[in-house]
Ligand binder design. Structure first.
Ligand SMILES: Cc1cc2nc3c(=O)[nH]c(=O)nc-3n(C[C@H](O)[C@H](O)[C@H](O)COP(=O)(O)OP(=O)(O)OC[C@H]3O[C@@H](n4cnc5c(N)ncnc54)[C@H](O)[C@@H]3O)c2cc1C
Length: 379
């Protein structure tokens, strides 16, 4: 398998690296501390074309491939995973689904603005009683002829208060179970739509995560994505691609922590020599480097599968499962290599360790990835 990058892919990678260093790094600790949303930074990301990377330029996107997207995700996540999840949700969970399954009218009205970053999107599947078991939707969208009436609560929604457009998954026909679920586009400000308080999180604290409450919200039928009953399939297909973005986020978190640990190990002295000269530390670095490269190959393979039109359910799940494990293990070891300094904010690795955990939880927990993988290999 040849993963050599094209000149264009290298340029995207470098642009993302430069952006992370110049725009994200300076205030990343403050944003994490204050749980401050990176508003200015996200605006600039939009101007650079990073919020609709794979969208056709006729809808305001950059028209790039998935590999370019994961390269950018990796570079941003090395520095600031709060910003990269905002980018990931907008690209993979909102733009992709709208472009692939939306009507021409929906694309013109919503996608063109979301892909340029003029406004942000959110993807609303999880509920208090429906997380891993996403078929147990309690939010209802009752068919009223030319519109639906939406009632229920969604939780853990990324871009919860900063988005302007929300793709909401809801049950229309309970009898039909998951075949009776729809995906609806809901605009911020719709009557009866309330945004709950911001979650106080362990990691990715710069991103805004909220619950959303819908009380008799009227949604025109023209805002339904796909045929009646397509909502669950829509959500699963969208998440299958989303996982590649989160796998790239996990890879970036791991690589960022490794780079910091490598540098520190060559500077810090103990027992009269740089700690990298102690084999216990050198071996940790060897393991980290190997694991990260293995994760990178899985992430690139999943991206390639998607670009080639090959089924990427299995490769995406494997990439997310493995890269998120590597992110967790690598960040813990990076803190260890930093000793006491690893435990304080100034050295960044404690934040990367906190941020790594979410990659094993959202867009399908690691246990759910193993269900996807085992089903695929046992069929
Ligand atoms: C910061 C953050 C941002 C998020 N952003 C979004 C978003 O933008 N949109 C959205 O819709 N959701 C979002 N989520 C929700 C996220 O996708 C869910 O939290 C996740 O899918 C797990 O669901 P749950 O929390 O209900 O856990 P549960 O489903 O209750 O799972 C609890 C535990 O049981 C395990 N488990 C469950 N079922 C099985 C099984 N069959 N076999 C083995 N183990 C099992 C799980 O793996 C987990 O370890 C976000 C969550 C967080 C924390």
């Amino acid at each position: 398998m040849d993963f050599s990058l094209t000149e264009e892919q290298k340029l995207i990678q470098q642009a993302a690296k430069d952006f992370a260093q110049t725009e994200l790094l300076p205030e990343v600790i403050e944003r994490d501390d204050a749980q401050r949303f990176p508003e200015e930074e996200v605006k600039k990301l939009g101007e650079l074309g990073f919020l609709g990377m794979m969208v056709d330029p006729k809808y305001g996107g950059s028209g790039l491939d998935t590999l370019s997207y994961v390269l950018a995700m990796e570079e941003l996540s090395k520095i600031d995973a709060s910003t990269s999840v905002i980018m990931s949700v907008n690209n993979s969970l909102v733009c992709w689904g709208l472009e692939k399954f939306g009507t021409e009218e929906q694309k013109e009205k919503y996608l063109t603005k979301i892909a340029t970053g003029e406004i942000l999107g959110a993807f609303c599947l999880s509920e208090p009683e429906a997380g891993s078991d996403a078929t147990s939707q309690r939010t209802t969208a009752i068919d009223q002829g030319d519109h639906y009436i939406l009632n229920g609560t969604k939780n853990w929604i990324t871009n919860g208060s900063s988005a302007s457009v929300y793709i909401v998954i809801a049950q229309t026909d309970k009898e039909k179970k998951h075949r009776g679920i729809n995906a609806l586009i809901v605009e911020k400000g719709a009557e009866g739509f309330e945004i709950g308080p911001k979650e106080n999180k362990l990691g990715i604290r710069g991103s805004d995560t909220h619950s959303l409450i819908f009380n008799d919200v009227k949604v025109p039928k023209s805002n339904r994505i796909g045929e009646d009953g397509f909502g669950f399939k829509f959500a699963m297909k969208t998440l299958a691609g989303g996982r590649i973005g989160i796998a790239a986020q996990a890879l970036g978190i791991a690589a960022g922590a490794y780079e910091l640990a490598l540098k520190y190990s060559k500077e810090r002295k103990a027992f009269g020599t740089e700690i990298s000269n102690h084999q216990a530390i050198a071996f940790k670095l060897a393991d980290m480097h190997t694991d990260i490269q293995a994760a990178r190959l899985l992430v690139y393979q999943a991206a390639r599968d998607k670009d080639n039109g090959t089924n990427y359910d299995l490769s995406g799940a494997m990439a997310k499962l493995y890269a998120s494990k590597v992110a967790m293990e690598t960040t813990v070891e990076a803190v260890q290599i930093h000793g006491g300094n690893g435990f304080v904010k100034d050295y960044h690795v404690e934040r990367l360790m906190r941020d790594a955990k979410i990659t094993q939880i959202y867009e399908g927990t690691s246990e759910i990835q193993k269900i996807v993988i085992s089903r695929s290999i046992l069929q």
